[in-house]
Design a protein around this ligand. Structure first.
Ligand SMILES: Nc1ncnc2c1ncn2[C@@H]1O[C@H](COP(=O)(O)OP(=O)(O)OP(=O)(O)O)[C@@H](O)[C@H]1O
Ligand SMILES: [Mg+2]
Length: 383
């Protein structure tokens, strides 16, 4: 039997609870941003009110809402109207957001203004960790404080790639990531590799391996970071589910190599991530063409996989990193290639530039609820 319009409206409201306002870290229904849901014979009209009409997240929220509604069986068509909250409604929304933030505050020390990007891939060995290390280095060189969470608990590689091997210490029973300055910025790293010594195993007695990622999120002092990059292990099913539970505002970057098969697996990862309501924000192709010493590019693994992936999952292709021995050497020596001038370095620099422009730390977004965030943060701190 077809669901009635009332039932559809209810089902749509429930689905919209999966749409998160990334700045306020809460869903748009709980925040009171969904001001109207009406169904007429399966044709849905939904009104979402934003804090300001020029909200830079407008497109994203609209797209996420459309995707969420499309999951409801029986919906024939969807119209989304974007409205504005009047000052009174806006004050109420901030009040709600504050209370939600307070409720969540003890769970993580990741500031609400930080942008959380998880680097994922379907296949192993495609260059996720190299990409994470190079992005971290590049963003830090621009003056950002970049947290790096090595979620590859068993196959950790970031300590080596970033040339960091100090041991993690505890402060107030929480882990303090190892901080290294890079130009005007810095990198803060947490990885199993920084606490896997036998002696440390005693110190970290409480650390259960299967909950390590959760503890890296919850029981760590991340403090004033602008970005948190999460290097996921390959085949990200359960880890991405875990992130969705603990850090619902995580956004996903998907790395693929050019071959068709790799790109299809990467596409499935995008589907998986979205199923756990994580937003996929970009694709990155690695091990693209190889430029030989005569300057002729050779597509060793084929070409176009990154672009096909980005088109099939509907996200921008943020960069194509060529096959480059300097990337391997940089990873082995602990000095990411981006600091040099090889073709790989140049491609990574362009990628970092795109990320800094298209995916800035949330506290840098102007004209949106972000401006109210510092007030929110201090209110939470006061509480
Ligand atoms: N652009 C590149 N050119 C040449 N070699 C590369 C490039 N990117 C990564 N590599 C090399 O490929 C290997 C795998 O890279 P990396 O460890 O970054 O992949 P990964 O996806 O994190 O792997 P895993 O799934 O095992 O975690 C490494 O030896 C690395 O140096
Ligand atoms: Mg890796």
């Amino acid at each position: 039997m077809e669901p009635s319009d009332r039932e559809l409206e209810e089902a749509v409201r429930e689905q919209l609870r999966h749409v998160i306002d990334p700045e306020l870290s809460a869903d748009i229904v709980t925040l009171g941003m969904v001001t109207d849901i009406a169904s007429q014979a399966g044709a849905l009209t939904v009104t979402v009110a934003l804090t300001t009409p020029s909200c830079p997240l407008r497109g994203q929220i609209e797209r996420d809402a459309r995707e969420a509604i499309a999951k409801v069986p029986g919906v024939r068509e969807v119209t989304i109207n974007i409205g504005n909250l009047d000052p009174e409604a806006k004050a109420a929304l901030m009040d709600r957001a504050r209370r939600i933030a307070q409720k969540d505050a003890p769970i993580t020390s990741i500031p609400s203004g930080a942008r959380i990007l998880a680097i994922a891939s379907g296949k192993g060995g495609v260059g996720k960790s190299s990409t994470t290390a190079n992005i971290a280095m590049g963003l830090a060189a621009q003056g950002f404080c970049v947290g790096v969470l090595d979620a590859d608990v068993w196959g950790f590689s970031l300590p080596r790639m970033l040339g960091i091997d100090d041991r993690v210490q505890a402060r107030e029973h929480k882990m303090v990531p190892i901080e290294t300055s890079v130009g005007r910025g810095s990198i803060k790293l947490l990885s199993m590799g920084l606490l896997a010594d036998e002696g440390d195993a005693i110190l970290w007695r409480g650390l259960l391996l299967n909950r390590a990622v959760q503890q890296f999120i919850e029981d760590a002092h991340w403090d004033d970071i602008d970005y948190l990059l999460i290097d996921l292990p390959p085949g990200t099913g359960d880890v991405s589910m875990g992130l969705a539970r603990h850090l619902p505002r995580t956004e996903v970057l998907i790395v693929t190599t050019p071959p068709m098969a790799a790109q299809q697996v990467a596409g499935r990862v995008a589907t998986l991530a979205r199923r756990s309501n994580l937003r996929v924000v970009g694709a990155i192709e690695t091990m693209s063409s190889f430029t030989c010493e005569h300057g002729t590019p050779q597509a060793v693994f084929g070409s176009g996989g990154g672009l096909r992936l980005s088109e099939s999952i509907g996200v921008p292709l943020l960069g194509s990193i060529p096959l480059d021995a300097a990337v391997v050497e940089g990873g082995d020596d602990g000095v990411p290639a981006i600091t040099g001038s090889s073709p790989g370095a140049v491609a990574y620099q362009a990628l970092v530039q795109k990320i800094a422009t298209l995916l800035p730390p949330l506290h840098q977004l102007e004209g949106c609820s972000a401006r109210l965030l510092s007030a929110l943060d201090s209110a939470v701190a006061d509480a």
